[in-house]
Design a binder for this molecule. Structure first.
Ligand code: ADP
Ligand code: ADP
Length: 236
């Protein structure tokens, strides 16, 4: 036991050095994935994207992937029980020992409660919840120009954050593709689902005193700077 690295599944070895958990909240297209990728590296925390975990399952044709795909294609949320189980398992991985930046989870009050319970078991709680805010018209523009890398989900925008070579990921050279659920009708449904099912989390986390609003309608590096300040780290 003593030789294992501490992780969320390993209460005995966590001690007082509990993991730091941040939750990025915001509508689809707000820039959560883009920022999580940058900030998780700077802070040395794991980046957990529930959408990316589902897409990996779809790519690997797992049972979970087959189930999730039906909901994702329609722009609906995947049921809470499977989503919670998937994220709990991810949080138990050793790379989450120091903590994690959650991107796209929780998305419902039930998921937020489940996350709270999981963290309570190891003596911690969500530390800060930056809410990235953006007008709906900008969200649609962002999602319709989004390109994602096939191998690891690195995110680009054909206009606002283009790759060096069109269609190729700068980081790993893999092919870029446009997500099926980024077509206009599905985007509109996803934004509606956000307002109905995820927006209540704004009050939930505000009541816990951990919510911080961030203006998402700025260049990527300006959003990063504001986020780091909100997380209490400040940029160098
Ligand atoms: P989310 O994870 O919240 O859905 P993404 O990080 O995938 O959002 O960003 C959505 C799209 O907007 C992507 O194409 C991304 O390159 C682009 N994008 C992200 N942040 C900005 C920004 N600050 N300014 C312009 N475009 C951005
Ligand atoms: P976006 O980057 O546009 O916010 P994500 O990649 O986070 O989108 O999610 C894509 C889809 O995966 C969602 O529309 C939903 O179907 C499913 N999904 C992702 N996270 C969750 C979650 N926490 N609960 C339920 N469904 C989820």
């Amino acid at each position: 036991m003593a030789t294992r690295s501490p992780c969320l599944s390993d209460r005995a070895s966590v001690g007082s050095d509990v993991p730091t958990i941040f939750v990025l909240l915001g509508p689809p297209g707000a820039g959560k994935g883009t920022q999580a990728e940058i900030i998780s590296k700077q802070l040395g925390l794991a980046h957990i994207s529930s959408g990316e975990l589902f897409r990996e399952n779809i790519k690997n044709q797992t049972e979970l992937g087959v189930l999730a795909k039906q909901f994702m294609d329609r722009g609906d949320l995947v049921p809470d029980d499977v989503t919670i189980a998937m994220v709990r398992a991810r949080l138990a991985q050793p790379d989450c020992a120091r903590g994690a930046l959650l991107d796209g989870f929780p998305r419902t009050p039930a998921q937020a409660e489940a996350l709270g319970k999981t963290l309570e078991e190891i003596g911690t709680a969500v530390k800060t919840v930056p809410l990235i805010q953006l007008d709906e018209a900008v969200l649609v523009e962002r999602l319709s120009g989004r390109w994602v890398c096939r191998t690891s989900g690195h995110v680009y925008h054909e206009q606002f954050n283009p790759p060096k070579q069109a269609g190729i990921c700068d980081v790993d050279g893999s092919e870029l593709y446009q997500r099926d659920d980024d077509k206009r009708e599905t985007v509109e449904r996803r934004i509606r689902v956000y307002h109905e099912q995820t927006a209540p989390l704004v009050e939930y986390y505000r009541n816990k005193g951990v919510l911080v609003s961030i203006n998402g309608d700025q260049p990527i590096d300006a959003v990063t700077r504001d986020l780091l300040a909100a997380l209490g780290v400040g940029s160098s």
